[in-house]
Design a protein around this ligand. Sequence first.
Ligand code: AKG
Ligand code: FE2
Length: 217
Amino acid sequence: MELAFPEEDVPRNLLPYDGESLYYGRIFPPQQAEHYLRWFLNSIPWQHDEAVIFGKHIVTARKVAWYGDSHYDYTYSGKTRTARPWTPELLAIKQEVERLGGSQYNSCLLNLYADGSQGMAWHHDDEKGLGAHSDIASVSFGAERRFDFRHKLSKTKVSQYLPSGSLLIMRGRTQACWQHQVPKSTKVTEPRVNLTFRRMLLAETRIAREDESGSIR
Ligand SMILES: O=C(O)CCC(=O)C(=O)O
Ligand SMILES: [Fe+2]
């Protein structure tokens, strides 16, 4: 079925209570989304993600890349990584997302799922480096994947398919009250690239310190 572009009845909050997760539908036309997908697949220095979970060192099937305002370090799942400087493509997407959602972001985690055998398990994103009510904007390119929310207490589930070029903004109490996942699917044979724009507090701390010492970027 051909989806209308832009989709109707958007943005809409997918969550019935305890948070706001606004689905904007496709914000980029199919051809432009395809162009971005090709660029991400060919030009991003993708690396397997590493984490320390329950004291065990693990390497994920999915690949990732970090971009941001400055070369700041960020610790996530027990591993410290350094952000790469923005590319014009990422900046253009960031600008459009900021215009639509009204929030500003200083970093972006990119995820590459080679096919449906790769996914992301239930989790929430309010890590120490993010603000208390962290606002995360998620843009998807390539294979359409299902995205699930599960309320931490009531276990209520909400699902949304995320087509290529679509935007989802999680904010308010979303991370505090809900978990989310990208389930594996044997039906998906194509890659998907997902961009999660974030506002890291660590970067602000670092920039403020640089300003005080007189060496402004
Ligand atoms: O791939 C997605 O849509 C979700 C990514 C995600 O949840 C994350 O990076 O924290
Ligand atoms: Fe997440």
